[in-house]
Design a protein around this ligand. Structure first.
Ligand SMILES: Nc1ncnc2c1ncn2[C@@H]1O[C@H](COP(=O)(O)OP(=O)(O)OP(=O)(O)O)[C@@H](O)[C@H]1O
Ligand SMILES: [Mg+2]
Length: 260
């Protein structure tokens, strides 16, 4: 699996510089977590990596300017190799679970064959549904699902895209503590060996899932040195070292809030 290297990244909305001269390497096949206070620029960095902020419409809207590069170490472009998972599940309410999961497949097919998902893709979707424990919800509409189930559908849709780089923006932020722990375990199992960048406000989530944890802070924002917790994700809550690190990170985030 290839590293993704962000070099000398800069992004500003009008006069407001969110970050500049920012370097970050996402280790191939590992999970990098990004913590930071609200408004510091985490989503902006994710969008920068995904290339959204270089779209002409984005430039028009916010007076947005960007520079810097995002390169894959295997020498190929990132285009078509990214899956995105957000805090809001972004499920289409009029589509069933299986139709939501296979949405990308249908959108990419020709207009006339859009209604029919190829048998092979359907099989894969059923397999993923099984992995996320939702086989019996396949024809349910999103409105009939719990928040945790909806996020599992969103995870299934992300897996269906089968991309090597997965960008996740607070994917479990809206869930209760237990559902969240279960989804963390599931995501960790199902996204193993992909290159993942996960944004979270929760130090414990970062410590359970991340191989490398960075804290984005300040304006313009900079990254602190990486923390690399011992052991392999998903780490157990009974790990004392993890609890100590959680305390340290919470203290850091609180100080940042106090000085912002
Ligand atoms: N399109 C835009 N135009 C102008 N300013 C923007 C735009 N998008 C974001 N900002 C500002 O840029 C800063 C960084 O926003 P961003 O969404 O990246 O923060 P964040 O770290 O993801 O915050 P949160 O944790 O609340 O999601 C914020 O101050 C925000 O108000
Ligand atoms: Mg954000």
């Amino acid at each position: 699996m290839f590293d993704v290297v962000v070099k000398d990244a800069a992004l500003a909305y009008g006069d407001k510089v969110i970050f500049n001269g920012l370097d970050l390497t996402l280790a191939g096949g590992e999970c990098t977590c990004l913590l930071g206070g609200s408004g510091v620029g985490k989503t902006s960095l994710l969008r920068f990596i995904a290339g959204f902020s270089s779209e002409p419409s984005a430039n028009r809207k916010g007076g947005l300017t960007t520079s810097g590069s995002v390169l894959c170490q295997d020498g190929f472009s990132l285009v078509g190799r990214i899956a995105w998972m957000a805090q809001q599940d972004l499920l289409l309410p009029w589509f069933s679970v299986i139709d939501n999961i296979t949405l990308g497949e249908r959108l990419r097919s020709s207009f006339f064959s859009r209604k029919k998902v190829p048998a092979e893709a359907m099989e894969r979707a059923q397999h993923i549904l099984k992995q996320v424990g939702l086989v019996n919800k396949s024809s349910e509409l999103p409105q009939n699902l719990s928040g945790g189930q909806r996020q599992r559908v969103a995870l299934a849709r992300t897996l269906m895209e089968n991309r090597p780089l997965v960008l996740m923006d607070e994917p479990f932020g809206a869930l209760d503590a237990i559902t969240r722990l279960n989804l963390q375990d599931l995501a960790c199992e199902l996204l193993a060996n992909r290159t993942v960048l996960l944004i979270t406000h929760d130090p414990l989530e970062a410590l359970r899932l991340g191989h490398h944890i960075y804290h984005l802070q300040g304006q313009p924002a900079t990254l602190t040195e990486a923390i690399m917790p011992p052991g392999t994700p998903p780490r157990s809550l009974e790990n004392n070292k993890l609890m100590n690190l959680q305390g340290e990170l919470l203290e850091r985030l609180r100080n940042e809030e106090a000085h912002s």
